[in-house]
Design a protein around this ligand. Structure first.
Ligand code: NAD
Ligand code: ZN
Length: 241
């Protein structure tokens, strides 16, 4: 049961705010049935023949492309996932004109599916794929339903538009995300262990006074937040918005 007191505080903060920005991670989609990385039942705790950090690196993609795609299809493709209460309530807040942007580390596209329009995907999207040779676009199904290494008609490898470890973030996306945070009067951070950089460091651009963390487990940054709610983001937003 979520503390009524915290929910009330959160409600008041939202009603006082005009420029809310939401910054989320894998925990935002666990209520849609998608595993996160660092929870007790997350992907990092599973017994896989390679450690997930290394499988999702650029070096691994280059050296062991077939294994990369095995892992990728199994753990980062979610063909049947539907938006949960968190995605739905955030889209509602944007509709009301209160929320100005969703910044996400997720690659599942669920915010857009729930109706959010301004979404900055720091780590790209599994719904987009490009040929590494000619740049031709391929959709989700092309990669998900192919076997082995997906190949373009030109012979090039088709790579998901997902930011791997060792790869840089897209400049425009970073600029938009940082600007949104810098201009916000309220920042809600949720469902993220705040351990993946540079994304986790973006929070320091916030200069408002309403900084909220909603996370199932505690994070190393809990003490930086004015309000911390240890609970499930979908349940909290359902009671709040
Ligand atoms: P993480 O796995 O490191 O941490 C997830 C955090 O969310 C944990 O602290 C956990 O306590 C919390 N959490 C889990 N369920 C929650 C819920 N219902 N409500 C509130 N909190 C909840 O995730 P991260 O910090 O986003 O870093 C992982 C990286 O992996 C990201 O860069 C992301 O790109 C990628 N990833 C994406 C997806 C996806 O697209 N859905 C899924 C797994 C991983
Ligand atoms: Zn090609």
């Amino acid at each position: 049961m979520i503390l009524q007191d915290s929910v009330l505080k959160l409600k008041n903060m939202i009603s006082e705010s005009r420029n809310i920005v939401f910054f989320g991670g894998a925990g935002v989609s666990t209520e849609s049935g998608i595993k996160d990385f660092r929870s007790a039942d997350g992907i990092y705790m599973m017994d896989y023949k390679f450690p997930p950090e290394s499988v999702l690196s650029h070096t691994f993609f280059k050296k062991h492309t077939e294994e990369f795609f095995d892992f990728y299809r199994k753990y980062l493709c979610f063909p049947d996932a539907k938006p949960n209460m968190a995605h739905i309530k955030l889209a509602e807040l944007e509709n009301q004109g209160k929320l100005k942007a969703v910044i996400t580390q997720n690659v599942d596209g669920l915010h857009q599916l729930a109706g959010s329009n301004t979404v900055y995907e720091l780590h790209g999207s599994a719904l987009r794929n490009y040929c590494t040779k000619c740049g031709k676009f391929y959709d989700f199904d092309f990669v998900y339903k192919s076997n082995g290494v997906p190949k373009c008609e030109c012979g090039g490898i088709v790579k998901p538009d997902v930011v791997l470890y060792e790869e840089g973030l897209d400049n425009d996306t970073v600029e938009n995300a940082v600007n949104a945070i810098a201009n916000a009067d309220m920042l809600i951070v949720a469902g993220t262990s705040l351990t993946v950089y540079p994304a986790a460091g973006f929070i320091r651009y916030f200069s408002g006074d309403k900084l909220v963390l909603i996370n199932k487990d505690s994070t190393a940054m809990d003490e930086k937040f004015g309000l911390v709610i240890h609970g499930k983001i979908g349940e909290v937003l359902k009671e709040t918005v």
